[in-house]
Design a binder for this molecule. Structure first.
Ligand code: FES
Length: 508
Protein backbone atom coordinates (compact mmCIF):
# COMPACT_ATOMS: atom_id res chain seq x y z
CA UNK A 1 0.00 0.00 0.00
CA UNK A 2 1.30 3.47 -0.86
CA UNK A 3 2.48 5.61 2.00
CA UNK A 4 1.84 9.35 1.97
CA UNK A 5 4.68 11.64 3.10
CA UNK A 6 3.43 15.10 3.89
CA UNK A 7 5.78 17.80 5.07
CA UNK A 8 5.19 18.72 8.69
CA UNK A 9 2.95 15.75 9.51
CA UNK A 10 4.35 13.19 11.95
CA UNK A 11 4.81 9.47 11.34
CA UNK A 12 4.52 7.22 8.27
CA UNK A 13 1.35 8.04 6.35
CA UNK A 14 -0.01 4.50 6.29
CA UNK A 15 -1.96 2.52 8.87
CA UNK A 16 0.06 0.24 11.10
CA UNK A 17 -2.27 -2.62 10.11
CA UNK A 18 -1.43 -2.21 6.43
CA UNK A 19 2.27 -1.63 6.97
CA UNK A 20 2.79 -4.78 9.05
CA UNK A 21 0.99 -7.28 6.78
CA UNK A 22 1.40 -8.37 3.18
CA UNK A 23 -0.81 -7.06 0.40
CA UNK A 24 -3.24 -9.57 -1.07
CA UNK A 25 -3.38 -10.36 -4.79
CA UNK A 26 -6.60 -12.17 -5.54
CA UNK A 27 -7.50 -12.00 -9.24
CA UNK A 28 -10.31 -9.84 -10.58
CA UNK A 29 -13.53 -11.38 -11.85
CA UNK A 30 -13.12 -12.52 -15.44
CA UNK A 31 -16.52 -12.70 -17.15
CA UNK A 32 -19.97 -13.71 -15.96
CA UNK A 33 -20.54 -16.16 -13.10
CA UNK A 34 -23.38 -17.73 -11.11
CA UNK A 35 -23.22 -18.20 -7.34
CA UNK A 36 -25.52 -18.74 -4.40
CA UNK A 37 -24.40 -15.65 -2.43
CA UNK A 38 -22.46 -12.59 -3.62
CA UNK A 39 -20.93 -10.54 -0.81
CA UNK A 40 -20.01 -7.07 -2.06
CA UNK A 41 -17.17 -5.53 -0.02
CA UNK A 42 -14.05 -7.22 1.34
CA UNK A 43 -13.85 -5.43 4.68
CA UNK A 44 -14.62 -6.89 8.08
CA UNK A 45 -18.37 -7.26 7.47
CA UNK A 46 -17.89 -8.89 4.09
CA UNK A 47 -15.22 -11.35 5.21
CA UNK A 48 -16.99 -12.35 8.43
CA UNK A 49 -20.32 -12.79 6.67
CA UNK A 50 -18.78 -14.78 3.83
CA UNK A 51 -16.88 -16.90 6.31
CA UNK A 52 -19.96 -17.76 8.39
CA UNK A 53 -21.97 -18.55 5.27
CA UNK A 54 -19.19 -20.72 3.87
CA UNK A 55 -19.01 -22.58 7.18
CA UNK A 56 -22.75 -23.20 6.80
CA UNK A 57 -21.99 -24.92 3.49
CA UNK A 58 -23.02 -22.11 1.11
CA UNK A 59 -21.43 -21.20 -2.23
CA UNK A 60 -20.14 -17.65 -1.63
CA UNK A 61 -18.07 -15.10 -3.55
CA UNK A 62 -16.53 -11.88 -2.19
CA UNK A 63 -16.27 -8.93 -4.59
CA UNK A 64 -13.95 -6.07 -3.63
CA UNK A 65 -13.41 -2.85 -5.63
CA UNK A 66 -9.80 -2.43 -4.47
CA UNK A 67 -7.91 -4.85 -2.15
CA UNK A 68 -9.57 -6.68 0.75
CA UNK A 69 -9.20 -5.23 4.28
CA UNK A 70 -7.60 -2.06 2.94
CA UNK A 71 -10.50 0.39 3.21
CA UNK A 72 -12.21 1.41 6.42
CA UNK A 73 -11.30 -1.89 8.12
CA UNK A 74 -7.63 -1.30 7.30
CA UNK A 75 -7.85 2.08 9.04
CA UNK A 76 -9.74 1.27 12.23
CA UNK A 77 -8.41 1.40 15.79
CA UNK A 78 -9.75 -2.17 16.18
CA UNK A 79 -11.32 -1.97 19.61
CA UNK A 80 -13.63 -4.94 20.17
CA UNK A 81 -15.93 -3.58 22.83
CA UNK A 82 -19.57 -3.26 23.73
CA UNK A 83 -18.90 0.09 25.45
CA UNK A 84 -19.56 2.59 22.66
CA UNK A 85 -18.89 5.92 24.35
CA UNK A 86 -22.09 6.93 26.14
CA UNK A 87 -24.66 4.71 24.44
CA UNK A 88 -26.67 2.76 27.01
CA UNK A 89 -28.39 5.65 28.74
CA UNK A 90 -29.35 6.92 25.27
CA UNK A 91 -30.70 3.50 24.25
CA UNK A 92 -32.76 3.03 27.41
CA UNK A 93 -34.44 6.39 26.70
CA UNK A 94 -34.76 6.02 22.93
CA UNK A 95 -35.87 2.40 22.69
CA UNK A 96 -37.77 0.02 24.93
CA UNK A 97 -35.56 -1.67 27.56
CA UNK A 98 -35.69 -4.98 25.74
CA UNK A 99 -34.09 -3.46 22.64
CA UNK A 100 -31.42 -1.71 24.72
CA UNK A 101 -30.68 -5.07 26.33
CA UNK A 102 -30.36 -6.68 22.90
CA UNK A 103 -27.77 -4.08 21.85
CA UNK A 104 -25.66 -4.94 24.92
CA UNK A 105 -26.16 -8.68 24.48
CA UNK A 106 -25.40 -8.71 20.73
CA UNK A 107 -22.18 -6.71 21.15
CA UNK A 108 -21.01 -8.77 24.14
CA UNK A 109 -21.73 -11.92 22.20
CA UNK A 110 -19.61 -10.56 19.32
CA UNK A 111 -16.60 -10.25 21.66
CA UNK A 112 -16.96 -13.89 22.67
CA UNK A 113 -17.33 -14.95 19.02
CA UNK A 114 -13.99 -13.29 18.20
CA UNK A 115 -12.35 -14.92 21.22
CA UNK A 116 -13.68 -18.33 20.19
CA UNK A 117 -12.60 -17.97 16.55
CA UNK A 118 -9.09 -16.83 17.51
CA UNK A 119 -8.75 -19.71 19.96
CA UNK A 120 -10.24 -22.47 17.78
CA UNK A 121 -8.44 -21.44 14.61
CA UNK A 122 -5.19 -20.55 16.37
CA UNK A 123 -5.01 -17.15 14.62
CA UNK A 124 -1.96 -15.12 15.65
CA UNK A 125 -3.46 -11.61 15.64
CA UNK A 126 -2.35 -9.92 18.91
CA UNK A 127 -5.78 -10.64 20.40
CA UNK A 128 -6.01 -9.80 24.09
CA UNK A 129 -8.68 -9.12 26.70
CA UNK A 130 -8.59 -5.71 28.42
CA UNK A 131 -11.16 -3.47 30.08
CA UNK A 132 -12.79 -0.59 28.18
CA UNK A 133 -13.41 2.85 29.68
CA UNK A 134 -15.43 5.91 28.78
CA UNK A 135 -13.83 8.69 30.83
CA UNK A 136 -14.64 12.27 31.75
CA UNK A 137 -11.89 14.85 32.05
CA UNK A 138 -14.33 17.51 33.20
CA UNK A 139 -16.55 17.43 36.28
CA UNK A 140 -19.56 18.56 34.22
CA UNK A 141 -19.58 15.13 32.48
CA UNK A 142 -19.66 13.10 35.69
CA UNK A 143 -23.45 12.82 35.83
CA UNK A 144 -23.46 11.38 32.31
CA UNK A 145 -20.82 8.86 33.37
CA UNK A 146 -22.84 7.77 36.42
CA UNK A 147 -26.02 7.49 34.32
CA UNK A 148 -24.14 5.33 31.82
CA UNK A 149 -22.89 3.00 34.57
CA UNK A 150 -26.45 2.58 35.87
CA UNK A 151 -27.85 1.93 32.40
CA UNK A 152 -25.09 -0.53 31.48
CA UNK A 153 -25.55 -2.42 34.76
CA UNK A 154 -29.31 -2.59 34.28
CA UNK A 155 -28.72 -4.20 30.87
CA UNK A 156 -26.46 -6.90 32.26
CA UNK A 157 -22.99 -5.53 31.43
CA UNK A 158 -20.09 -5.92 33.89
CA UNK A 159 -19.84 -2.15 34.36
CA UNK A 160 -18.59 -0.07 37.26
CA UNK A 161 -17.80 3.55 38.12
CA UNK A 162 -14.05 4.08 38.64
CA UNK A 163 -12.06 7.02 39.86
CA UNK A 164 -9.18 7.24 39.13
CA UNK A 165 -8.22 5.11 36.12
CA UNK A 166 -4.68 3.95 35.32
CA UNK A 167 -4.23 6.94 33.01
CA UNK A 168 -1.25 9.12 33.84
CA UNK A 169 -3.35 12.32 33.63
CA UNK A 170 -6.22 13.27 35.92
CA UNK A 171 -9.74 12.23 35.02
CA UNK A 172 -12.90 12.91 36.99
CA UNK A 173 -14.30 9.40 36.65
CA UNK A 174 -15.05 6.67 34.14
CA UNK A 175 -17.35 3.83 33.18
CA UNK A 176 -15.32 0.61 33.20
CA UNK A 177 -16.51 -2.56 31.46
CA UNK A 178 -14.48 -5.72 32.05
CA UNK A 179 -13.12 -8.30 29.68
CA UNK A 180 -13.36 -6.50 26.36
CA UNK A 181 -10.80 -7.14 23.60
CA UNK A 182 -8.52 -5.75 20.92
CA UNK A 183 -6.52 -7.23 18.04
CA UNK A 184 -4.67 -6.64 14.79
CA UNK A 185 -7.62 -6.62 12.35
CA UNK A 186 -5.67 -7.45 9.20
CA UNK A 187 -3.82 -10.38 10.75
CA UNK A 188 -7.18 -11.79 11.86
CA UNK A 189 -9.11 -11.14 8.65
CA UNK A 190 -6.38 -12.17 6.20
CA UNK A 191 -6.19 -15.51 8.04
CA UNK A 192 -9.97 -15.91 7.69
CA UNK A 193 -9.82 -14.90 4.01
CA UNK A 194 -7.14 -17.54 3.38
CA UNK A 195 -9.26 -20.16 5.08
CA UNK A 196 -12.30 -19.06 3.03
CA UNK A 197 -10.26 -19.31 -0.17
CA UNK A 198 -8.88 -22.76 0.75
CA UNK A 199 -12.40 -23.98 1.53
CA UNK A 200 -13.56 -23.16 -2.00
CA UNK A 201 -14.88 -19.62 -1.48
CA UNK A 202 -13.96 -17.22 -4.27
CA UNK A 203 -12.51 -13.72 -3.73
CA UNK A 204 -12.38 -11.21 -6.59
CA UNK A 205 -10.33 -8.05 -5.99
CA UNK A 206 -10.09 -4.98 -8.24
CA UNK A 207 -13.69 -5.67 -9.27
CA UNK A 208 -16.13 -2.83 -8.75
CA UNK A 209 -19.83 -3.56 -8.30
CA UNK A 210 -21.74 -0.87 -10.18
CA UNK A 211 -25.38 -1.82 -10.04
CA UNK A 212 -27.80 -4.42 -8.72
CA UNK A 213 -30.76 -5.65 -10.71
CA UNK A 214 -33.29 -7.19 -8.36
CA UNK A 215 -34.92 -10.52 -9.10
CA UNK A 216 -34.50 -14.22 -8.40
CA UNK A 217 -31.64 -14.53 -8.95
CA UNK A 218 -30.44 -10.93 -8.57
CA UNK A 219 -27.78 -9.66 -10.95
CA UNK A 220 -24.76 -7.65 -9.86
CA UNK A 221 -23.21 -5.65 -12.69
CA UNK A 222 -19.51 -5.14 -12.15
CA UNK A 223 -16.81 -3.58 -14.30
CA UNK A 224 -15.50 -7.12 -14.97
CA UNK A 225 -18.67 -9.11 -15.66
CA UNK A 226 -22.07 -10.01 -14.27
CA UNK A 227 -22.70 -12.08 -11.15
CA UNK A 228 -26.06 -13.80 -10.81
CA UNK A 229 -26.77 -14.73 -7.20
CA UNK A 230 -29.68 -15.98 -5.10
CA UNK A 231 -28.64 -13.52 -2.38
CA UNK A 232 -26.59 -10.33 -2.44
CA UNK A 233 -24.99 -8.89 0.71
CA UNK A 234 -24.05 -5.19 0.54
CA UNK A 235 -21.06 -4.90 2.87
CA UNK A 236 -19.72 -1.86 1.08
CA UNK A 237 -19.52 0.47 4.08
CA UNK A 238 -22.15 2.78 2.56
CA UNK A 239 -24.68 0.83 0.43
CA UNK A 240 -24.61 2.06 -3.17
CA UNK A 241 -27.90 0.29 -3.88
CA UNK A 242 -30.26 2.48 -1.92
CA UNK A 243 -34.01 2.20 -2.38
CA UNK A 244 -34.20 2.73 1.39
CA UNK A 245 -32.78 6.27 1.38
CA UNK A 246 -29.87 5.35 3.62
CA UNK A 247 -28.14 8.43 2.26
CA UNK A 248 -30.74 10.55 4.07
CA UNK A 249 -30.55 8.57 7.32
CA UNK A 250 -26.79 8.41 7.88
CA UNK A 251 -24.04 10.99 7.91
CA UNK A 252 -20.30 10.35 7.50
CA UNK A 253 -17.65 11.22 10.06
CA UNK A 254 -13.87 11.05 9.92
CA UNK A 255 -11.38 10.62 12.73
CA UNK A 256 -7.59 10.46 13.01
CA UNK A 257 -5.06 8.14 14.64
CA UNK A 258 -1.38 8.41 15.59
CA UNK A 259 0.70 5.39 16.69
CA UNK A 260 3.03 6.75 19.34
CA UNK A 261 5.95 5.43 21.40
CA UNK A 262 5.81 6.92 24.86
CA UNK A 263 8.01 7.01 27.95
CA UNK A 264 6.57 5.32 31.04
CA UNK A 265 3.68 2.89 31.33
CA UNK A 266 1.37 2.45 28.35
CA UNK A 267 -2.24 2.39 29.63
CA UNK A 268 -3.58 -1.16 29.63
CA UNK A 269 -7.14 -0.58 28.50
CA UNK A 270 -9.21 1.01 25.77
CA UNK A 271 -10.14 4.58 26.62
CA UNK A 272 -12.68 6.88 25.01
CA UNK A 273 -13.40 10.40 26.26
CA UNK A 274 -16.74 12.10 26.70
CA UNK A 275 -15.42 15.46 25.49
CA UNK A 276 -15.96 16.80 21.99
CA UNK A 277 -13.94 16.34 19.91
CA UNK A 278 -13.39 12.95 21.54
CA UNK A 279 -10.06 11.19 22.03
CA UNK A 280 -9.35 7.48 22.25
CA UNK A 281 -6.40 5.42 23.47
CA UNK A 282 -5.40 1.79 23.19
CA UNK A 283 -2.12 -0.16 23.41
CA UNK A 284 -0.70 -2.33 20.65
CA UNK A 285 2.45 -4.49 20.66
CA UNK A 286 5.07 -3.41 18.10
CA UNK A 287 8.66 -4.63 17.92
CA UNK A 288 8.80 -5.92 21.47
CA UNK A 289 7.05 -3.09 23.28
CA UNK A 290 3.58 -1.62 23.61
CA UNK A 291 2.93 1.51 21.62
CA UNK A 292 -0.10 3.72 22.12
CA UNK A 293 -2.72 4.45 19.47
CA UNK A 294 -4.04 7.95 20.09
CA UNK A 295 -7.17 8.81 18.12
CA UNK A 296 -9.78 11.48 17.82
CA UNK A 297 -10.57 14.92 16.35
CA UNK A 298 -13.65 13.60 14.56
CA UNK A 299 -15.61 15.78 12.18
CA UNK A 300 -18.11 15.39 9.39
CA UNK A 301 -16.40 14.17 6.22
CA UNK A 302 -15.77 16.93 3.69
CA UNK A 303 -16.27 19.66 6.31
CA UNK A 304 -14.16 21.14 9.06
CA UNK A 305 -11.26 22.67 7.13
CA UNK A 306 -7.73 21.32 6.92
CA UNK A 307 -7.48 17.62 7.74
CA UNK A 308 -3.70 18.01 8.22
CA UNK A 309 -4.60 20.33 11.09
CA UNK A 310 -6.60 17.48 12.70
CA UNK A 311 -3.47 15.32 12.85
CA UNK A 312 -1.62 18.23 14.44
CA UNK A 313 -4.32 18.49 17.10
CA UNK A 314 -4.12 14.76 17.87
CA UNK A 315 -0.34 15.19 18.20
CA UNK A 316 -0.88 18.16 20.52
CA UNK A 317 -3.20 16.02 22.70
CA UNK A 318 -0.65 13.16 22.76
CA UNK A 319 2.21 15.48 23.73
CA UNK A 320 0.14 17.20 26.41
CA UNK A 321 -0.84 13.91 28.10
CA UNK A 322 2.17 11.64 27.48
CA UNK A 323 5.93 11.78 27.17
CA UNK A 324 6.09 11.15 23.42
CA UNK A 325 9.34 9.50 22.28
CA UNK A 326 8.38 9.11 18.63
CA UNK A 327 5.38 9.03 16.31
CA UNK A 328 5.48 5.94 14.14
CA UNK A 329 2.31 6.02 12.02
CA UNK A 330 -0.68 8.17 11.19
CA UNK A 331 -3.91 7.26 9.47
CA UNK A 332 -7.52 8.33 9.39
CA UNK A 333 -10.79 6.55 9.06
CA UNK A 334 -14.35 7.19 8.08
CA UNK A 335 -17.69 5.75 9.15
CA UNK A 336 -21.36 6.63 8.69
CA UNK A 337 -23.51 7.26 11.76
CA UNK A 338 -27.25 6.60 11.77
CA UNK A 339 -29.50 9.26 13.22
CA UNK A 340 -30.66 7.00 16.10
CA UNK A 341 -27.13 5.56 16.60
CA UNK A 342 -28.16 1.95 15.89
CA UNK A 343 -26.76 0.38 12.68
CA UNK A 344 -28.90 -0.81 9.78
CA UNK A 345 -28.60 -4.59 9.37
CA UNK A 346 -31.13 -6.67 7.47
CA UNK A 347 -33.11 -7.02 4.28
CA UNK A 348 -35.74 -4.28 4.28
CA UNK A 349 -37.30 -4.20 0.82
CA UNK A 350 -36.06 -7.18 -1.11
CA UNK A 351 -35.80 -10.49 0.70
CA UNK A 352 -32.63 -11.48 -1.11
CA UNK A 353 -30.74 -8.15 -0.91
CA UNK A 354 -29.14 -7.64 2.50
CA UNK A 355 -27.33 -4.63 3.96
CA UNK A 356 -25.13 -3.76 6.93
CA UNK A 357 -24.10 -0.14 7.50
CA UNK A 358 -23.99 2.78 9.90
CA UNK A 359 -21.69 1.45 12.60
CA UNK A 360 -20.81 4.96 13.85
CA UNK A 361 -17.17 4.09 14.52
CA UNK A 362 -17.94 0.86 16.42
CA UNK A 363 -17.49 -1.49 13.51
CA UNK A 364 -15.62 -4.39 15.12
CA UNK A 365 -18.39 -5.79 17.31
CA UNK A 366 -21.14 -4.64 14.96
CA UNK A 367 -19.47 -6.42 12.03
CA UNK A 368 -19.76 -9.70 13.95
CA UNK A 369 -23.37 -8.87 14.87
CA UNK A 370 -24.08 -8.15 11.19
CA UNK A 371 -22.42 -11.34 9.97
CA UNK A 372 -24.42 -13.41 12.48
CA UNK A 373 -27.72 -11.71 11.63
CA UNK A 374 -27.21 -11.97 7.87
CA UNK A 375 -26.14 -15.63 8.04
CA UNK A 376 -29.32 -16.39 10.01
CA UNK A 377 -31.48 -14.29 7.69
CA UNK A 378 -30.23 -16.11 4.61
CA UNK A 379 -30.77 -19.47 6.35
CA UNK A 380 -34.33 -18.43 7.28
CA UNK A 381 -33.53 -18.61 11.00
CA UNK A 382 -35.36 -16.10 13.21
CA UNK A 383 -32.82 -14.08 15.23
CA UNK A 384 -34.14 -12.10 18.22
CA UNK A 385 -31.64 -9.27 17.51
CA UNK A 386 -33.08 -8.53 14.07
CA UNK A 387 -35.87 -6.14 15.11
CA UNK A 388 -33.50 -3.71 16.80
CA UNK A 389 -31.29 -3.47 13.70
CA UNK A 390 -34.11 -3.54 11.13
CA UNK A 391 -33.14 -0.98 8.41
CA UNK A 392 -36.84 -0.29 7.76
CA UNK A 393 -37.50 0.82 11.35
CA UNK A 394 -39.19 4.15 11.85
CA UNK A 395 -37.42 5.91 14.65
CA UNK A 396 -38.23 9.36 15.94
CA UNK A 397 -35.09 9.29 18.02
CA UNK A 398 -32.57 11.48 16.28
CA UNK A 399 -35.28 13.27 14.29
CA UNK A 400 -33.43 16.55 14.99
CA UNK A 401 -30.22 15.08 13.67
CA UNK A 402 -32.10 13.68 10.62
CA UNK A 403 -33.43 17.15 9.76
CA UNK A 404 -30.09 18.86 10.40
CA UNK A 405 -28.01 16.41 8.33
CA UNK A 406 -30.40 16.49 5.38
CA UNK A 407 -30.62 20.25 5.49
CA UNK A 408 -26.86 20.32 5.60
CA UNK A 409 -26.64 18.09 2.50
CA UNK A 410 -29.27 20.23 0.70
CA UNK A 411 -27.32 23.39 1.51
CA UNK A 412 -24.13 21.81 0.15
CA UNK A 413 -25.96 20.64 -2.96
CA UNK A 414 -27.31 24.09 -3.76
CA UNK A 415 -24.98 26.63 -2.16
CA UNK A 416 -21.67 25.01 -3.07
CA UNK A 417 -22.72 25.05 -6.74
CA UNK A 418 -23.60 28.72 -6.57
CA UNK A 419 -20.52 29.92 -4.72
CA UNK A 420 -17.97 31.28 -7.17
CA UNK A 421 -14.53 29.79 -6.42
CA UNK A 422 -11.39 31.85 -6.89
CA UNK A 423 -9.30 31.70 -10.02
CA UNK A 424 -6.24 29.52 -10.04
CA UNK A 425 -3.14 29.36 -12.12
CA UNK A 426 -2.69 25.54 -12.17
CA UNK A 427 1.05 26.08 -12.50
CA UNK A 428 1.10 27.27 -8.87
CA UNK A 429 -0.31 23.97 -7.54
CA UNK A 430 2.42 21.90 -5.83
CA UNK A 431 2.39 18.06 -5.75
CA UNK A 432 -0.15 16.89 -3.13
CA UNK A 433 -2.27 20.04 -3.38
CA UNK A 434 -5.80 20.43 -4.68
CA UNK A 435 -8.42 23.19 -5.00
CA UNK A 436 -11.85 23.94 -6.31
CA UNK A 437 -11.24 26.81 -8.69
CA UNK A 438 -12.44 28.45 -11.88
CA UNK A 439 -10.55 27.43 -14.96
CA UNK A 440 -11.59 28.80 -18.34
CA UNK A 441 -14.78 30.15 -16.78
CA UNK A 442 -15.81 26.73 -15.35
CA UNK A 443 -15.77 25.38 -11.81
CA UNK A 444 -13.25 22.55 -11.57
CA UNK A 445 -11.64 20.24 -9.00
CA UNK A 446 -7.93 20.61 -9.73
CA UNK A 447 -5.13 18.72 -8.04
CA UNK A 448 -1.55 17.75 -8.66
CA UNK A 449 -0.59 14.24 -7.59
CA UNK A 450 2.72 13.14 -6.07
CA UNK A 451 4.08 12.26 -9.51
CA UNK A 452 3.48 15.86 -10.59
CA UNK A 453 0.49 15.07 -12.86
CA UNK A 454 -2.19 17.77 -12.88
CA UNK A 455 -5.76 16.41 -12.79
CA UNK A 456 -8.67 18.61 -13.82
CA UNK A 457 -12.03 17.10 -12.93
CA UNK A 458 -15.68 18.01 -12.72
CA UNK A 459 -16.16 18.99 -9.05
CA UNK A 460 -19.53 17.19 -8.82
CA UNK A 461 -19.64 14.01 -6.75
CA UNK A 462 -20.89 11.17 -8.93
CA UNK A 463 -23.36 10.05 -6.24
CA UNK A 464 -25.88 12.91 -6.17
CA UNK A 465 -23.87 15.83 -7.44
CA UNK A 466 -22.61 17.75 -4.37
CA UNK A 467 -19.38 19.69 -4.77
CA UNK A 468 -16.41 17.78 -3.32
CA UNK A 469 -13.76 19.38 -1.14
CA UNK A 470 -10.00 18.75 -0.92
CA UNK A 471 -8.70 16.65 1.96
CA UNK A 472 -5.16 17.98 2.36
CA UNK A 473 -3.85 15.20 4.65
CA UNK A 474 -5.12 12.23 2.64
CA UNK A 475 -4.88 14.05 -0.73
CA UNK A 476 -8.36 13.03 -1.76
CA UNK A 477 -11.60 14.66 -2.87
CA UNK A 478 -14.22 14.14 -0.12
CA UNK A 479 -17.94 14.77 -0.50
CA UNK A 480 -19.60 16.62 2.39
CA UNK A 481 -23.07 15.25 1.59
CA UNK A 482 -22.80 11.48 2.14
CA UNK A 483 -19.07 10.89 2.42
CA UNK A 484 -17.99 9.53 -0.97
CA UNK A 485 -14.24 9.88 -1.45
CA UNK A 486 -12.09 9.95 -4.59
CA UNK A 487 -8.32 9.98 -5.08
CA UNK A 488 -6.62 12.93 -6.75
CA UNK A 489 -7.19 11.36 -10.17
CA UNK A 490 -10.91 11.09 -9.36
CA UNK A 491 -11.05 7.32 -8.79
CA UNK A 492 -13.58 6.13 -6.18
CA UNK A 493 -12.10 5.33 -2.75
CA UNK A 494 -15.37 5.11 -0.79
CA UNK A 495 -19.03 5.01 -1.80
CA UNK A 496 -21.88 5.55 -2.00
CA UNK A 497 -20.50 6.81 -5.34
CA UNK A 498 -19.49 3.95 -7.65
CA UNK A 499 -18.37 5.99 -10.67
CA UNK A 500 -15.14 7.95 -10.92
CA UNK A 501 -15.23 11.73 -11.17
CA UNK A 502 -15.26 13.00 -14.78
CA UNK A 503 -12.00 14.30 -16.20
CA UNK A 504 -12.30 17.74 -17.81
CA UNK A 505 -9.52 18.82 -20.08
CA UNK A 506 -7.19 15.83 -19.63
CA UNK A 507 -4.34 15.21 -17.25
CA UNK A 508 -1.13 17.17 -17.63
FE1 FES B 1 -23.83 11.78 -1.98
FE2 FES B 1 -21.56 12.89 -2.78
S1 FES B 1 -21.82 11.23 -1.48
S2 FES B 1 -23.57 13.50 -3.25
Amino acid sequence: MAEKTIAGLPGKGISLWLDTTVQTDFSPLDGDIRTEIAVLGGGIVGILTAHLLREAGRDVVIVEGRRIVSGVTGHTTAKITSLHGLIYHHLTKAFDPQKARIYAEANQSAIESYARMVREKGIDCDFRRLPAFTYAEEAKDLDAIRREVDAALSLGLAASFVQPTDLSFPVQGAVRVEDQALFHPRKFLLALAQEFDRAGGRIFEETRALEIRTGHPATVETDRGKIRADHVVLATHFPFFDPHFFFARMYPKRSYVLAVRIGGEVPQGMYYSTSQPFHSLRPHPLEGEDILLVGGENHKTGEGGSTAERYRKVEEFARKHFKVRSIEYRWSTHDPVTTDRVPFIGSPLFRNIHVAAGFGGWGMTHAMVAATLLRDKIAGVENPWSRLYDPARISFTGAGSFVKENLDAAVHLIKDHLLPPGHLDPGTLAPGQGRIATVGGRKRAISRDRQGVLHTLSPSCTHLGCIVSWNDAEESWDCPCHGSRFDSAGRVIHGPAVRDMSPKGGDK
